[in-house]
Design a protein around this ligand. Structure first.
Ligand code: DAH
Length: 334
């Protein structure tokens, strides 16, 4: 076995590989002949020897195919490298090139900015437990806040994530008690669709937990993030708002990046754009994830990525984003 393997290892090209195949694996090859020779053995020995020989042949065959694939890849690469007429970096002629989806573009932008601030980027599940989506973020089954999110329930009792907040518990348990993370993700709600509602949409959530984390840190992170997204200085304003998983909780607005706060159709002439919710993470949420709220505290914020993309690229119908409509995608000014 070892000798045959060594011989295979030393094979340098496809011609030598063909010789190897002929010598061992073909109809007249040594291994095939040995298998054929089994019939002359006495019955007691035949079963055991047959088993061993078959295993050996199969193992060699696997190595043979691996070698063949490696040699072929090497040959193709060499050809591409040495042929002056082939330059694989030249874009195809007369072929429209693909492009990134608006959601991907905004997500990447946010991810880049948050990474530069030291945030982990976590990719969450879309199917989560009822506990993660609701109870773990302080929305027990009798809480009226459950009514605000018409949920898709699966037959196994799990749910399609209605909010990226559903990831908080898992992240705190896995990386806590000191953690900064953002977690963009697709969410689902059982909504009738129209130009501004979709049953599948994207949110982005951020969270920072540690010692002495305060609302000042929250405002700084939001300002830095939004200024980075819009490429200009953005102001952030908090208004009191209720979300069961934060205390105190806020809704936050960004100064309108399109008119600089003077008033325009995008901000409905108010100078501010409502973006999402935020606040200091509720002690119950920390405690349920094993983080001691008397020692650690932190903030969380969430916003609609889909909405952000729609504003950024002046998209007036949310359904276009999931439509697979190439004309729409080509029309996006990046
Ligand atoms: N999960 C909320 C929603 O879908 C948004 C949200 C509000 C996230 C406040 C937060 C927060 O992290 O602190 O409506």
């Amino acid at each position: 076995m070892d000798d045959i393997e060594k011989e295979l290892e030393q094979v340098q090209n496809e011609e030598e590989l063909a010789v190897f195949h002929k010598n061992y694996l073909s109809k007249t090859g040594k291994l095939t002949m040995m298998l054929a020779g089994l019939k002359d053995m006495i019955a007691e020995q035949r079963a055991e020897a047959g088993k061993r020989l078959n295993e050996l042949k199969r193992a060699i065959e696997v190595k043979f195919f691996q070698k063949q694939a490696a040699l072929r890849a090497k040959a193709v690469n060499e050809k591409l490298k040495n042929d002056p007429l082939i330059d694989i970096t030249v874009p195809a002629i007369d072929q429209p090139r693909g492009s990134l989806h608006p959601i991907t573009l905004v997500t990447r932008r946010i991810v880049d900015i948050c990474r530069s601030m030291g945030f982990l980027v976590v990719d969450g599940n879309e199917v989560v437990t009822e506990f993660e989506n609701f109870d773990a973020v302080n929305i027990p089954s009798d809480h009226p806040a459950r009514d605000m999110q018409d949920t898709f329930w699966l037959t196994n009792g799990k749910v399609l994530k209605t909010q990226t907040s559903a990831m908080q518990h898992e992240i705190l348990k896995k990386y806590g008690p000191v953690v900064s993370a953002i977690f963009p993700g697709r969410c689902y709600r059982n909504e009738a669709t129209d130009a501004s509602h979709e049953f599948a949409f994207f949110q982005c959530e951020g969270m920072m937990v540690g010692k002495d984390i305060s609302i000042a840190n929250l405002i700084y992170v939001l300002k830095t993030l939004l200024s980075g997204v819009y490429g200009k200085e953005i102001n952030v304003r908090l208004r009191p708002g209720f979300f069961p998983f934060v205390e105190p909780g806020f809704e936050y607005d960004a100064s309108c990046p399109f008119c600089g706060g003077k008033g325009c159709p995008v901000c409905k002439h108010s100078g501010w754009i409502e973006l999402g919710g935020c606040g200091m993470i509720h002690g119950n949420v920390l405690q349920m994830a094993g983080v001691d709220p008397s020692q650690y505290q932190g903030f969380a914020f969430g916003f609609g990525l889909t909405r952000l993309a729609m504003m950024q690229y002046a998209i007036n119908d949310v359904r276009l984003l999931n439509s697979g409509n190439l004309e729409f995608l080509r029309g996006i000014k990046r």
